[in-house]
Structure formats: C-alpha cells, structure tokens
Design a protein around this ligand. Structure first.
Ligand SMILES: Cc1cc2nc3c(=O)[nH]c(=O)nc-3n(C[C@H](O)[C@H](O)[C@H](O)COP(=O)(O)OP(=O)(O)OC[C@H]3O[C@@H](n4cnc5c(N)ncnc54)[C@H](O)[C@@H]3O)c2cc1C
Ligand SMILES: NC(=O)c1ccc[n+]([C@@H]2O[C@H](COP(=O)([O-])OP(=O)(O)OC[C@H]3O[C@@H](n4cnc5c(N)ncnc54)[C@H](O)[C@@H]3O)[C@@H](O)[C@H]2O)c1
Length: 421
C-alpha cells in the first residue's frame, strides 16, 4: 500500500489490511473512487448501514421528490462500478464500534474487519422533534430515499401539509408540495427562513418567494404538540393555542453529525469529528470527511463543519490522498452549496458565521430574483450568492479567497466584471 504503514497481516489470510470506509453515501463512495484514482491497489471495504448502494441526497427534496428525476439518476456509481474497481461494498451493515488500538471495526452482527487506515464518512442524522405526538404515523423526516418516497406519496393535490422548520429541507419540500398541488403551511421558530445562514436581508427573498407561491408561512412559532387520531397525525398545536390541521407533517429542524462511533472510540469530537487540515482525526490512522467532519480550514484559520453536497464530494479526495501518505493533501476549498425552489436557482460560495458580516451588497434588484448578494466584513467579501445568474462562482470564489478590500459601488455595479474588482 503506497506510503502507508499497513501494520501486520490482516485477518483475511495473508493480505494487507484494507482501507475501511464507514458510511456508504456520497462521501464514502467518492473516497473509494479517489483511492483508486490515486493509484492505491490494496483492499478497500466500504461499509454502509443503508441497503441502497451510495446515492446523492439533493434530488430527494427536488427532482426525485417531484417525480422528474428517475431513481437510476440518484446513484453515485453504476452497480458494477464497485466490483470493477475491486471495492468490497457491504450494504445493510452497521458498524457498532471502532477499536483504534487493535485497528479493527466491529459490525452490528459481531463480525470484525481489520483496517490499516479508517475513514469515517458517517454523515448526519435528522434532529427529532421533541414534542408529544411526534411518533405518530404521518410525521415524516427526510434523509433517505425511502423517506422521499413516503413524502412523495403524501404530496397529493389538496392534501394539507404542515412543514416544521424553514431551513433547506422545509423550503425545498414546501416548493415541491406546492408544485404537486398540496396546501402548505410552514412553521418556523425564528423570524425568517434560513435566517442563520443568509441573514435577514437575503432571508427575506425566500420568504417573499414562498408567499408568492401560496405557502402559509408562520414565523416565531413554538410547536407544542402534534395532535392525532388513531395513531395518525392530524395537526400541529402551537404554544399560543392555535392548531394547524394537517394530513402529513414534514419535520426539517436540522441535523446532528453522526459522531457516536467516534466518540465511543475516544476520538476528539466537538461539533463533529475534529480533524486537522489533512482530515486526520486525533488518531493518526483515522480520517473523517463530509457532514461529520469538523475540519481545520487554513483559509479561515478555524475548524468548520459543512453540511453540504460539495463538501462531501470533494473532501474525500483530500482524505484519500492524505491517508495514502501524501503530505500536500490539504483541504482548503471554500464552501459551496446550491438550491432550486420553484423557478429560483441559486449558488452560494463562501463562509459567514451568523452575524459575522457588517454589510450586504446587492448587484441587481432582489425583487427581480436575478441578482448576486455579497456579504462583507470590513470591506472584504466573505460570501456571494448568485440567484438566477450563472457562471459567476469562480470569480466570487476568487474574491473570497483573496480577502482584498473591494469598492462597494463597483461590487454593486453589474457593468463592472467581477474579476476586475
Ligand atoms: C433531502 C436532502 C437534500 C439535500 N440537498 C442538498 C443540496 O441541494 N445542496 C447541497 O449542497 N447539499 C444538500 N444536501 C446535503 C448533502 O446531501 C449532504 O451534505 C451529504 O449527503 C453529506 O454526505 P456524507 O457522505 O458526508 O453523509 P451522508 O449522506 O449523511 O451519508 C452517511 C452514510 O453513513 C451511513 N452510516 C452512518 N453511521 C454508520 C455506521 N455506524 N455504520 C454504517 N454506516 C453508517 C449512513 O447510513 C449514511 O448512508 C441535502 C441533504 C438532504 C437530506
Ligand atoms: N440545498 C441545500 O443545500 C440543502 C437542501 C436540503 C437539505 N440540506 C441539508 O440537510 C440538512 C437538514 O436540513 P434542515 O432544513 O433540516 O436543517 P437547517 O439547519 O437548514 O434548518 C432547520 C430550520 O429549522 C428551524 N427549527 C429548528 N427547530 C425548530 C422547531 N422546534 N420548530 C420550528 N422550527 C425549528 C431552524 O430555525 C432552521 O430554520 C442540513 O444539513 C442541510 O444543509 C441542504
């Protein structure tokens, strides 16, 4: 195995111990691919508790949920890819424990797999709604493909759908539900949708968008209880006594990184599995990538955990190269994400803490839904979001990376090319 200390012979009868990847989703599958692309010829075991081969989640709240993206389009690789690349894919298999000293993972069925290096791409799990009645039929979460199938079945014309949480899941499901002809009420604890990510100025754009599409948006609410009849949900009772009748309730109130295995194994965990810039955890033979990794980012000079597709797509390349012993494998990409809701498509590049900016500059009128928004601090661009404007993420990324002070008037002027700022 190139550049790694593979340790002693594995349990598999004389072969070197493999690289073991726990979590067979986008991050895990991309890591297997990156190991082969880097020329690694040893064993790769990709273990996932889901029964589906690795697939991407963004379509589950968009095209797939709307019935526009066929199921075969959601997968990361075609079924034969794993055998063709000599990747042992163990689906329907949960890892129950890691023994870092013994370089072994124990499976839920008590089987054991030894590893030379271990990569954790265990992702995240939806936060559960902590109120009475939340365990009834018709209360739906969205993480896996079967969740999307269940929600799709509920999105019938005229059905009353209550969505709890106006984050990414809540808004994308609300858009899909309206397109399917359902009546939608969104119940959000804060004063605006996506408030912690976008801030007040830009969050308002999403509130206006959904109102225009007939969504009943209610902000600053507290969900007290889910009402029901015969074990099936019938509505959402709020702390002010109001009840919103519902045939189904979709809950999207955020996720928690799946750190249980890492924590029990004694790895350093703090808002995710802490890693260095090489995505190496506090154990030198264990790496982490994707939603679960709270990785040191050299540009921001701090640890950040990113819950988005592009991060799960790209971090595994760094982790794979790093665990093969390549010292220049450093993850310093600037976070990127996107959404599609109704006829609004947007991309966001950059990183801003809630309240971490002092100015928002618009290039174009947000009311037209064709604009770029920039978040600044001390005259420097921290992030940019292009809405129905395309092919601008490269110059925006460059502006963010450079950290240079920009002329705000020029930033707002669509006639000044972004790469001239
Ligand atoms: C509905 C939906 C829509 C999204 N849309 C977008 C979007 O439009 N744009 C965007 O940027 N991001 C989007 N995201 C976020 C993006 O999908 C995630 O950031 C990405 O899936 C993270 O990938 P991951 O591989 O790190 O983790 P995950 O996708 O969470 O996968 C982790 C895998 O590990 C498995 N696992 C966990 N523990 C164990 C264990 N002990 N043993 C075995 N297996 C285990 C899990 O079952 C899971 O299959 C969306 C997410 C969802 C749910
Ligand atoms: N386009 C995208 O990038 C995209 C799309 C879908 C999902 N995702 C990812 O999926 C994950 C889950 O998304 P999400 O929307 O659940 O999380 P989120 O963190 O984006 O939003 C959660 C929302 O729920 C609200 N909330 C929390 N508790 C509440 C309560 N008790 N009552 C009412 N509102 C409450 C929060 O204020 C917040 O607005 C995230 O990691 C997200 O990044 C991303």
């Amino acid at each position: 195995m190139a550049g790694t200390d593979t340790g002693s012979t594995g349990a598999s009868g004389g072969r070197e111990r493999p690289v073991v990847i726990v979590g067979a989703s986008l991050g895990g599958a991309k890591a297997a691919e990156a190991l082969r692309e880097a020329g690694y010829r040893g064993g790769i075991v990709l273990i996932g508790e889901e029964h589906e081969r690795p697939y991407e989640r963004p379509p589950l709240s968009k095209g797939y949920l709307l019935g526009k993206t066929p199921r075969e389009k959601i997968y990361v690789h075609p079924p034969q890819w794993y055998a063709e690349h000599d990747v042992t894919l163990r689906l329907g298999t949960a890892v129950a424990a890691i023994d870092p000293a013994g370089h072994t993972v124990t499976l839920a069925d008590n089987g054991r797999v030894e590893y030379a290096k271990l990569l954790l791409t265990t992702g995240s799990v939806p936060r559960r709604l902590p109120v009475p009645g939340a365990d009834q039929d018709g209360v739906l979460y969205l993480r896996r493909v079967e969740d999307s199938d269940r929600i799709k079945a509920a999105l019938r014309p005229g059905a009353r759908i209550a969505v709890i949480g106006a984050g990414w899941i809540g808004l994308e499901v609300a858009a899909a539900a309206r397109e399917a002809g359902a009546e939608v009420t969104v119940l959000e604890a804060l004063e605006l949708p996506l408030l912690r990510v976008l801030g007040r100025e830009v969050a308002q754009v999403f509130a206006d968008l959904h109102r225009e599409h007939g969504v009943d948006l209610r902000f600053g609410v507290k969900v007290a209880e889910l009402t029901g009849e015969g074990g099936t949900v019938s509505g959402v009772k709020l702390a002010d006594g109001t009840t919103v009748a519902a045939d189904a309730v979709v809950v999207g109130i955020g996720i928690a990184p799946a750190t249980g295995l890492a924590e029990a194994a004694g790895l350093e965990v703090d808002n995710g599995i802490r890693t260095d810039r090489h995505l190496r955890t506090s154990d030198p033979d264990v790496y982490a990538a994707g939603d679960v990794a709270n990785a040191y980012h050299p540009l921001f000079d701090r640890h950040i955990r990113v819950e988005h597709w592009a991060n799960a797509l790209n971090q595994p390349q760094t982790a794979a190269r790093a665990l093969l012993g390549q010292p220049d494998a450093v993850y310093d990409r600037i976070p990127y994400f996107f959404t599609d809701q109704y006829d609004l498509g947007m991309e966001y590049v950059g990183y801003v803490e809630p309240d971490g900016y002092d100015q928002v500059v618009f290039r174009g009128d947000p009311a037209t839904r064709e604009f770029i928004a920039f978040w600044l601090s001390d005259g420097r661009v921290l992030a940019g979001m292009n809405v129905n404007v395309w092919d601008v993420t490269d110059p925006i990324r460059e502006l963010v990376r450079s950290g240079r002070v920009v002329d705000v008037k020029e930033l707002a002027d669509p006639d000044v090319p972004l790469d001239a700022l």
